[in-house]
Design a protein around this ligand. Sequence first.
Ligand code: BG6
Ligand code: MG
Length: 213
Amino acid sequence: MSINAVIFDLDGVIVSTDDCHYRAWKMMADEEGIEFNREINERLRGVSRMESLAIILVKSEKEYSSEEQVELATRKNNYYVDLIKELSPADILPGVMDILTELKARGIKIAIGSSSRNSPAILKNIGLGGYFDAEADGNHIQNSKPDPEVFLLAAERVGVSPVECLVVEDADAGVEAGLAGGMPVLGVGAASVNPTATLQADDLSKITVDQML
Ligand code: BG6
Ligand code: MG
């Protein structure tokens, strides 16, 4: 394969925000008396905010109106926004900076393709605001992963054809999205055991740029 751009998911690939998402959903769920645990949290990986809420509400005995659902998601997001204020460059995952630096040095475009609407704030807090050649995130798309929209938009924004883009993902929904967009996918973290991923690595310290390209 000839790769001219690498599109990185953000949460769980560049930075570990899993615990912040878990704690924010947990606070809201506890207030509402809804059962929520880390196992359910795993199912929210790569899934949009409102779709995540729908998964959580399967355990709820109460029926929530659309307005109430928006309030629950907003409440969770307010908790989450407070928690991510504490993120710093120390929260960047192993191997990430070495890979990004080398890709840049080799003239390979780098982009973000994230479902999160908080992506710009997170990138700023970890010191990577403005670092990528392009960003596509939850603020720019209609259809979230496993739909390929966010990755296709990132490819378009770096001006590289999808088949020449490698997607790096930690969520099964994201692996599916990349493949649906005609892109090879490197599965890391939770997706490192996804058999449909083109390449697999525990994290970005366990793979070289040569192996990725
Ligand atoms: C993804 C996370 O990156 O973003 C999901 O893996 C999250 O857990 C989704 O629900 C949406 O995030 P946000 O910040 O827009 O609520
Ligand atoms: Mg992710």
